[in-house]
Design a protein around this ligand. Structure first.
Ligand SMILES: [Zn+2]
Length: 434
């Protein structure tokens, strides 16, 4: 018997969590936060415990697998983004089993979910035997955080390929290309659980190399003069940070990272020797405690590139504090503010970002938005993946109905049939495939 339980991430972009039940065993794939609701809870400044987060819809509601608790053999996670690992801190211990992840992901979990003891680290492009009947292979993919993986779960009923958050980047600026060779070798794929976030984007997702060139074009090709240069991006996007450092050097300014989450993700990457930023760059973890340093920098802004947290307008992040004049570092008219990111399309985050932009406009900053390429596969990448794997069934995930329906429509174009071998599930629903 093989059953798939959609726990979270099937009604929204976030709180990803799926359970695969194979006879008398089961595994959980991902355990993420719904960032939009999580940010809302953070802003309330209330105690964050399991009940509160569940009540606020910030973590997956695992009621659908409540009776399977004893069967769960492992929690397996794909990559280090909080919408995939962030709920482990509050839910991980409910399941008395190991958490299995690639080394960078494990390193981030260690910092985020302190107290998770049974953490197993598996290199990309290698396998881990969970039990006699279930084996999982971590296939290297390009995304927007190091060591992301597509999971190939081998069972006696066939393989289940869990392909969320990946793209096929032919020119990655950090790490290896997506292991297409391996994907081409997979046969007998019973089910593909696929990323529908960008399934309605009719194109191929561009390489990270393009984002680097876009940044280069703005920073080196515009009249920056003596003005301040502030750049913000996702703190976990180590490849993007590496490009920003490279361009800062070309510009002849000193890059400075400011903010706790930037510090933490960089420290995790340095621990694994993926990068060595702190050797050449100043990293200020706590801006509030670096007033003197920031005051000096503020006097000589044209010597620096300030890489700051707060790309989503988070209330406690550095960019918001700078705009609110809570720090010694200030924004002056005509300073460059580059948003090297997209806005996560959820209501609280969109509202926070809008407020931040309005404040920046009032300060007469020059704003550059969406200097970014996505880490998610678009419609034509997804078509390639389906063609390569030729799965018997497809289950769209990582999005609300508008997104999952787009992927279902693509599958329909390729000969699949909704309800027969393409399945749209809502959170809390299950399907039996064997
Ligand atoms: Zn991701």
């Amino acid at each position: 018997m093989l059953r798939i339980h959609a726990v979270g991430g099937y009604n929204e972009v976030g709180k990803n969590m799926t359970c695969i039940e194979v006879d008398d065993e089961a595994i959980i794939l991902d355990m993420g936060l719904y960032m939009d609701r999580f940010v809302a809870v953070q802003e309330k400044n209330i105690e964050m415990d399991y009940e509160t987060l569940l009540g606020e819809d910030a973590i997956p509601n695992d009621a659908v697998i409540e009776n399977l608790k004893k069967k769960i053999k492992a929690i397996i996670v794909t990559h280090a983004h909080l919408d995939h690992i962030g709920a482990i801190r509050w839910m991980g211990k409910k399941y008395r089993c190991p958490v299995v992840a690639t080394p960078y992901t494990a390193e981030v979990i260690k910092r985020h979910a302190k107290g998770i003891e049974n953490l197993i680290s598996i290199n990309v492009n290698s396998s881990y035997k969970i039990s006699k009947n279930i084996e999982v292979e971590f296939i290297n993919v390009t995304h927007s955080v190091p060591q992301s993986a597509i999971l190939n779960i081998r069972t006696k009923y066939g393989s289940i390929v869990y392909a969320l958050d990946y793209k096929n980047d032919n020119h990655p600026t950090l790490g290896r290309k997506t292991n297409i060779k391996k994907l081409k070798k997979l046969d007998d794929v019973l089910l593909l659980i696929a990323d529908s976030t960008n399934a309605d984007e009719e194109r191929k997702t561009f390489s990270e190399y393009i984002a680097k060139e876009m940044l280069h074009d703005i920073i080196m090709g515009m009249e920056l003069g003596d003005h301040g240069l502030f750049i913000t991006t996702f703190s976990s996007h180590i490849a993007r940070l590496k490009s920003i450092l490279h361009i800062s050097k070309l510009l002849g300014r000193k890059p400075v990272f400011i903010g706790r989450s930037l510090h933490d993700y960089i420290a995790a990457a340095e621990n694994l020797k993926l990068v060595n930023f702190s050797k050449e760059v100043e990293i200020i973890k706590n801006a509030g405690r670096a007033e003197k340093r920031l005051r000096t920098m503020n006097k000589n802004k044209n010597d620096y590139v300030f890489i700051v947290t707060g790309s989503m307008g988070e209330k406690n992040a550095v960019l918001t504090k700078i705009v609110n004049e809570d720090l010694a570092l200030k924004i002056s008219p005509f300073d460059f503010i580059i948003f090297s990111c997209e806005v996560i399309p959820t209501p609280v985050i969109q509202a926070n970002r809008k407020i931040l932009e309005q404040k920046l406009h009032r300060k007469k900053a020059r704003i550059f938005k969406d200097i970014h390429v996505s880490g998610h596969a678009s419609r034509e990448d997804l078509r390639d993946l389906i063609k390569i794997l030729q799965p018997h069934h497809i289950l769209p995930a990582h999005g609300d109905l508008s997104k999952t329906a787009s992927l279902a429509a693509l599958a329909g174009e390729m000969g699949y049939e909704l309800g027969k071998n393409v399945h749209i599930l809502q959170n809390g629903q299950s399907i039996k495939l064997a």
